[in-house]
Design a binder for this molecule. Structure first.
Ligand SMILES: [Zn+2]
Length: 537
C-alpha cells in the first residue's frame, strides 16, 4: 500500500533583495571575480572537499562551473553569466564584476527599483548604440589583409590567464599556432553554406610549451602495446581511403549511461541485441567498401549509417610526440587539424587548453563581427566618460516618458559610470592606482604611493590598451573620483604621433558587447525581484 505524505508548503521570502540580505554573498562573488581579472589576476584553487577534480584557474568558465551556490539571487546571476560564457567563451569575469557592482550600488540609491532599472536600461542602450556607431573611438576594425589583429586578440587572451604559466616568448609562439590553426580551417574559396573546418586539441603533459605543434588531420592516441598490432598500412589504397570513425566503444558494452539506470524487459537479451546490431553494422561497412574502422570520435550512434558519414583519407600513418604514439589520419580534402598542445604539468596544461579554446572562439567571432574593442580597461573607462559627457547637460525635455527628474537621472547615470570605472580598476592587483586622461578617456596605471601632483605624475608611458602614448599637455584625473565631464575624442581626433605601433591589448567585441548587456539586464532582473518561492518537496 502506498504511503501518502502531506506536501510541505512552499517557503516564500518577501523582498530578498536588500543591501542587508544580499551584500555578503554578493561581495564574495564580486571579490572572487575581480581578484581573478586580467593578466595579473590572482589564481583560484577549485576543488571538492571529498577529493577528486582539482583545478587552478582564473578563467570564468572554470570558476563558475566549480562554484556551488545556494543563495537564490546569486544562482540567477551565475547562471546568466554561465549562459553568456557558453556562447561567447569570454567576458564572463567582466559581466560578473559589473553586475555585482550595479546591484550593490543601485541598492544604495534613494530611488525606487523600477526607476533605477528603467534608467539603467536607457544607459545600456546609449552604450550599445555608441559601440555600434561609426563615431565609436574604442573599437578597431579588423584588417583581414594582414594578421596583426588576429595576433593582438590571441596574445591578449593568452596573456590574461596567468595559470597557463607562459613566458612572453611562449605566448608569442602559441599565439602563432592558434592563428595558424584558425587560418587553416577557413575555406580558401568563399561560397554559400560555407563551413569552418575544425581544430582538435591534443593535450600533451610534461613537454615544454615550445614543443607544441600543429599537424594537419586527426591524431588518435594509441597505447604502445597496440602499436605493433595496428592494421597493415601497406594493404590500403594509395589515396581515397574510406574511413568510419566512431565515438563509442565497439565492444558492445554501454560506455556512457551517466547516472541513469537501464531497464531491460524480461524477454530481451541485451547482449544478443547488441551483437545483432554490430553484425548488421559490420555488413553495412563491408558492403560500403570501408577500408578503415576507428573507434574514437565522430559518429555517435550504432543505428544505420548514411554513406555520407564516411570520411575520405589521403593517407594513414603513425606518429610519435614525446612518449606518446598516435594514429595519424590525414584527410585529402577537409580543413581539420590537430593542435598538439604541450605544457609542463597537468594544471597549467588544462588551463592552456581552455585558454586556447577561448582564443579560437573569439577568432571565429571575428568572421561574423570584424571588430575589436580596446582592452586593458580602456573601453570601460572610455564608455564611462562618454556616458558622463552625454548626461552632464541633459534637459528635462530629453526625459519625457521616463517618469524621473533630471537630478534622479544624473544620480543613476553617475552610478552607472562609476560601476564601469570600477570594472576597469579591478585590473589592478598590486596596490597601484588608476588615472584617466581627460582627452580620450583611457586608463593609465600608476605604481603604489605615486605622487598625486598631476603635473609630474609618473604613469606608465602607455595606456591600458597600449594604443596611446603619454603626451606633454595631458590632463589627468583619478579614475572613479567623479571627474569633470568632457567629450572623449573620436578616433580620428587622436594625433597619430600619440598612437603606438606596438602590439595592442584588445578584447573581443562580440563577447564584451554581450557581456555588458548580460550584466545590466541581469542586475535589472535581480533588483526587480520581490519574492523568492522555494518548493521544499
Ligand atoms: Zn588605451
Amino acid at each position: 500500500m502506498a504511503r501518502v505524505e502531506m506536501k510541505k508548503p512552499s517557503q516564500c521570502t518577501a523582498g530578498p533583495v536588500t543591501s542587508a540580505s544580499i551584500r555578503g554573498p554578493l561581495n564574495m562573488l564580486q571579490m572572487i571575480a575581480a581578484s581573478s581579472y586580467g593578466p595579473t589576476g590572482r589564481l583560484k584553487h577549485v576543488h571538492n572537499g571529498s577529493g577528486g577534480y582539482v583545478i587552478t584557474t582564473s578563467q570564468s568558465s572554470a570558476l563558475l562551473s566549480g562554484l556551488s551556490i545556494s543563495h537564490p539571487v546569486l544562482q540567477l546571476l551565475v547562471s546568466s553569466v554561465r549562459n553568456h560564457v557558453s556562447h561567447f567563451n569570454d567576458g564572463g569575469l567582466f559581466a560578473v564584476i559589473l553586475c555585482c557592482n550595479l546591484i550593490d550600488r543601485c541598492l544604495t540609491l534613494p530611488l525606487s527599483p523600477h526607476k533605477v532599472i528603467a534608467m539603467n536600461k536607457r544607459l545600456l542602450d546609449m552604450c550599445l548604440s555608441y559601440l555600434t556607431s561609426e563615431d565609436c573611438a574604442c573599437k578597431l576594425k579588423v584588417d583581414f589583409s594582414c594578421n596583426s589583429s588576429f595576433f593582438d586578440l590571441t596574445r591578449s587572451v593568452l596573456s590574461s590567464k596567468p595559470a597557463c604559466m607562459l613566458t612572453i616568448k611562449e605566448v608569442d609562439y602559441i599565439s602563432i599556432l592558434v592563428v595558424k590553426a584558425f587560418l587553416f580551417k577557413v575555406p580558401l574559396e568563399s561560397r554559400s553554406n560555407m563551413i569552418l573546418g575544425r581544430t582538435v586539441m591534443v593535450p600533451v603533459e610534461g613537454l615544454s610549451v615550445m614543443e607544441s605543434t600543429l599537424v594537419p588531420g586527426v591524431l588518435i592516441e594509441m597505447p604502445g602495446s597496440s602499436w605493433n598490432r595496428i592494421l597493415a598500412l601497406s594493404d590500403l589504397p594509395p589515396a581515397n581511403i574510406k574511413l568510419a570513425l566512431f565515438s563509442i566503444s565497439m565492444s558492445g558494452d554501454f560506455s556512457d549511461t551517466g547516472d541513469g539506470s537501464v531497464d531491460v524487459v524480461d524477454s530481451v537479451d541485451p547482449e544478443q541485441v547488441m551483437l545483432e546490431q554490430l553484425l548488421a553494422l559490420g555488413k553495412q561497412l563491408v558492403d560500403g567498401h570501408v577500408h578503415v574502422l576507428v573507434c574514437a570520435q565522430s559518429i555517435a550512434s550504432l543505428s544505420s549509417l548514411s554513406s555520407a558519414c564516411y570520411g575520405s583519407l589521403g593517407q594513414i600513418s603513425k606518429m610519435s610526440h614525446g612518449n606518446k604514439q598516435y594514429l595519424h589520419l590525414i584527410p585529402s580534402d577537409t580543413s581539420v587539424c590537430s593542435f598538439l598542445l604541450c605544457n609542463r604539468n597537468e594544471t597549467s596544461l588544462k588551463e592552456l587548453v581552455r585558454v586556447c579554446q577561448t582564443a579560437e572562439h573569439t577568432l571565429n567571432h571575428l568572421l561574423k563581427d570584424p571588430w575589436l574593442l580596446l582592452g586593458g580597461g580602456c573601453t570601460e573607462t572610455h564608455l564611462a566618460a562618454y556616458v558622463r559627457y552625454k548626461n552632464a547637460n541633459i534637459h528635462s525635455s530629453h526625459l519625457e516618458g521616463q517618469n524621473c527628474s533630471v537630478a534622479e537621472y544624473k544620480l543613476v547615470s553617475d552610478c552607472f559610470s562609476s560601476c564601469l570605472e570600477s570594472a576597469a580598476r579591478s585590473l589592478e592587483h598590486d596596490g597601484g592606482d588608476s588615472l584617466t586622461d581627460l582627452q580620450d578617456g583611457h586608463v593609465w596605471s600608476i605604481p603604489p604611493n605615486s605622487t598625486l601632483d598631476f603635473n609630474c605624475i609618473e604613469t606608465g608611458q602607455k595606456c591600458g590598451c597600449q594604443l596611446l602614448g603619454k603626451g606633454d599637455d595631458m590632463e589627468w584625473s583619478m579614475l572613479g573620483s567623479g571627474h569633470k565631464a568632457f567629450s572623449p575624442r573620436s578616433s580620428t581626433g587622436v594625433s597619430p604621433l600619440l598612437m603606438n605601433k606596438e602590439p595592442l591589448v584588445v578584447d573581443s567585441f562580440t563577447a564584451k558587447y554581450n557581456g555588458l548587456k548580460v550584466a545590466v539586464n541581469t542586475a535589472g532582473l535581480i533588483l526587480d525581484l520581490a519574492y523568492v518561492i522555494k518548493d521544499e518537496n
